[in-house]
Design a protein around this ligand. Structure first.
Ligand SMILES: C[S@@+](CC[C@H](N)C(=O)[O-])C[C@H]1O[C@@H](n2cnc3c(N)ncnc32)[C@H](O)[C@@H]1O
Length: 256
């Protein structure tokens, strides 16, 4: 009953697909350089790199073009992998890049961009990363928005924090009017949405074979004056970190 009222409000506010999260903010720019800095691109030269959650492969292809010896792009969506393979051929890097749903190739560097709020089983992903990472390698992560960010609901954030104000039932019903993947929970939307918070991320790392070498919480620009330990869940735009194997002594610090 109440979910029905919420659904009608949502339909009134946003009658169709809000078309958020298109990635157009990076159009004409290197997402890798913007999020992780030029140093990352220098670091991957001659290395075997895994792009965990590669989507359509733009970053994997860029790493191949920028001198990575081997790039494996991993994703669970075959439609995206297919597009990535086509793009690699167009870019002439098909011999350097492999796009697949799984790999056994050990990596010097594992990059994961905008994925940790999507992985259905982040702990399992960290275990896989730990198994694939060479002993002196590093995992370089950038993701967000996290769940309590004003737009942490991604497409469900019809307005800031809408995903926290409306019920999952109403939001999913509203989404089903323009998406046809049959999702009945946030976690079932194509590509996943796991309601990741900064605290949850820290906890999942604590129980993993990897440890934090560095972590940076980039504040939402307009809220930077309010950004701090107590407010970080609501005021952080991007979580960036470097992870190394627990037994590793390599600091693996990357300054953006
Ligand atoms: C927001 S997209 C980011 C794609 C790309 N890294 C980028 O920055 O444009 C998140 C990606 O993670 C993928 N994904 C979700 N769960 C995954 C998993 N367990 N293993 C690999 N990829 C996964 C999704 O299919 C989706 O392509």
């Amino acid at each position: 009953m109440w979910a029905n009222v919420e659904y009608r409000i949502l339909k009134r506010i946003s009658p169709g697909n809000p078309d958020c999260c298109s990635g157009s903010v990076y159009e004409g720019k290197s997402k890798l350089a913007v999020l992780l800095g030029e140093k990352l691109l220098a670091k991957i030269r001659g290395k075997t790199v895994i792009d965990f959650g590669c989507g359509e492969g733009a970053e994997a292809i860029e790493m191949a073009q920028r001198g990575a010896e081997r790039v494996v792009g991993l994703d669970i969506r075959e439609d995206l992998l297919q597009r990535a393979r086509q793009k690699a051929v167009s870019a002439g890097v098909q011999n350097v890049c492999l796009f697949a749903s799984a790999t056994l190739e050990p990596a010097d560097i594992i990059v994961s961009i905008d994925c940790f709020e999507h992985f259905a089983e982040p702990a399992g992903v960290l275990r896989t990363m730990g198994a694939l990472l060479q002993s002196n390698g590093e995992v370089i992560v950038s993701f967000g928005p996290t769940w309590y960010h004003p737009l942490g609901g991604h497409l469900f954030s019809v307005f800031p924090w809408a995903h926290l104000m409306f019920s999952e039932e109403a939001l999913i019903r509203w989404r089903s009017t323009f998406k046809s993947d049959g999702a009945t929970r946030f976690s079932e939307v194509a590509g996943g949405l796991n309601q990741m918070t900064i605290k949850k991320f820290e906890n999942v790392i604590d129980g993993s074979p990897l440890k934090l070498a560095s972590m940076e919480l980039v504040p939402i620009r307009k809220l930077r004056l309010f950004h701090g330990r107590l407010t970080r869940e609501f005021t952080t735009a991007i979580v960036r970190c470097n992870l190394v194997k627990r037994e590793s002594t390599t600091p693996g610090i990357t300054e953006p």
